[in-house]
Design a protein around this ligand. Structure first.
Ligand SMILES: Cc1cc2nc3c(=O)[nH]c(=O)nc-3n(C[C@H](O)[C@H](O)[C@H](O)COP(=O)(O)OP(=O)(O)OC[C@H]3O[C@@H](n4cnc5c(N)ncnc54)[C@H](O)[C@@H]3O)c2cc1C
Length: 417
């Protein structure tokens, strides 16, 4: 059964971080914007739940500072490896705060989506965009299936594609992932732990099996502050044995490795572990069509250094909304083409360096040497954190900025890999 067609200025496909942020910023500019989300909030999303200073900054910009303060705030990263530990405060920066939060995505995504609604966006949950509406080569909305089994056509001047890592809607418009570039996969679940409110998120550079043999991948423990910790492991496609690694076994090995320190029962997680793919380094494109823009995971906007994508989802959505606002007020659709250039200016070089790094650490011997060197030098690790979290200062040239610039110069001579 189909319902009467509706019309909006901008239709956003997906109500996760990217879609909700796009909806918020467009509504704030006074535009009619409709977000369709196939699930119903609150909904789970497989994630580490870690918000870095860049993500916190975007949430602050969206007016969510007070609501965010209800959740678990942390100071920085504890790196572990080679039998050592280093606690590293988030670096100071003129724009980004020196703290992060850990918020379950079930709660975070609902909060951000509701904020978009409060700003004036229409949010249709239980609505799945099943097919683009294309008129004379221009995407003009989507056919949407409701949870009641009805279909409705939502017509729009512009479309924002924010449907996440698998991005079926994006694929229907012709987006594709550059297959030679690295991507990631990660798995996580929650364990009750008395250390659930620690002020550090933890990352392990050496995951070991129960016999103490090194395994490819890195592990994380993010204290959620609600009686539980989020524990997960991530792998890059550049790692040895990537395709044959069983991530469930890897997580099990890591949970046993950290069980005593974190006082968890590795056999008793709160729920079954779930995993997801992580497109990264801007690997999906094109980012813009004549009447649509692609944001968040759907555009591969995840940092290859650490797999963080919530902040990039918010940021790319913010930029897309700015471009769409200008196109709407000037009635000039050609402005949409500026978006790809904006992304390239903002992330192009950085993602290129990060993709190279992903290849370097895919070599176990090099990874071991880097870990050994890093874990023996706090100063070196402070630079590394600044680079990996994309918190380089634009106003000062410190050692991290100089090291990054040197890497960027080398990478600029390398082919785009
Ligand atoms: C295991 C794991 C751990 C991670 N840990 C972190 C972390 O700690 N910190 C961090 O910053 N990043 C992390 N990431 C990455 C982060 O989860 C993503 O980058 C982020 O969710 C991207 O937001 P998004 O809005 O682009 O996509 P999503 O969060 O995937 O949202 C897309 C939304 O679109 C909806 N949707 C899809 N198709 C349709 C359709 N056709 N119609 C309507 N709705 C649709 C989906 O239901 C979903 O709600 C992790 C990823 C994984 C897999």
């Amino acid at each position: 059964m189909s319902e009467p067609a509706t019309t909006t200025e901008v239709l956003v496909i997906g109500g996760g971080p990217a879609g909700a942020a796009a909806g918020y910023w467009l509504a704030r500019q006074g535009h009619a914007v409709t977000i369709v989300e196939r699930k119903t909030f609150p909904r789970e999303k497989t994630c580490g739940d870690g918000l870095t200073p860049r993500a916190v900054h975007q949430l602050d910009e969206m007016g969510l500072t007070t609501q965010l303060a209800r959740y678990h705030r942390y100071n920085g990263l504890r790196a572990t490896g080679m039998g050592r530990e280093l606690e590293l405060q988030w670096p100071s920066h003129p724009i980004y705060p020196q703290h992060g939060y850990v918020v379950r995505r079930r709660e975070l995504d609902q909060m951000v989506a509701q904020n978009a609604v409060a700003a004036g966006a229409t949010l249709l949950v239980g609505h799945e965009a099943v097919q683009p509406i294309v008129e004379r080569g221009f995407v003009r909305g989507a056919t949407v299936q409701t949870s009641a089994g009805t279909t409705v056509e939502i017509n729009a001047k512009y479309v924002v594609v924010a449907d996440g890592a698998n991005s079926r809607f994006g694929r229907a418009l012709g987006t594709f992932r550059t297959r030679e570039w690295p991507y990631g996969t990660a798995i996580r679940t929650y364990w009750p732990s008395p250390r659930h409110a620690e002020p550090w998120i933890e990352s392990a550079l050496d995951v070991k099996d129960r016999n103490g043999n090194p395994m490819p991948g890195y592990g994380w423990i993010f204290p959620v502050g609600d009686g539980t910790v989020n524990i997960g492991v991530g792998l890059l496609s550049t790692f040895r044995d990537f395709k044959s690694v069983n991530t469930t076994h890897l997580l099990d090995a890591y949970a046993h490795q950290v069980a005593d320190r974190w006082e968890i029962d590795p056999g008793k997680p709160e729920c079954k572990a779930t995993s997801g793919r992580i497109p990264m380094g801007g690997s999906v494109g094109p980012k813009a069509g004549p009447s649509y823009l692609v944001v968040g995971d759907a555009s591969g906007s995840v940092n290859p250094f650490n797999g963080e994508g919530i902040d990039y989802a918010y940021e790319t959505a913010h930029m897309a909304a700015q471009v769409l606002h200008e196109a709407l007020v000037t009635d000039d659709p050609t402005l949409l083409q500026n978006y790809s250039q904006m992304l390239d200016d903002e992330y192009g070089d950085y993602f290129k360096v990060a993709r190279l790094f992903a290849r370097v650490i895919g070599r176990p011997a090099l990874m071991r040497e880097l870990t050994r060197a890093g874990m023996h030098s706090r100063t070196l690790m402070e630079w590394v954190l600044r680079i990996m979290a994309n918190l380089l200062r634009p106003d000062e040239l410190g050692p991290a900025e100089l090291a990054y610039k040197a890497a960027a110069r080398i990478v600029s001579l390398a082919p785009n890999a």
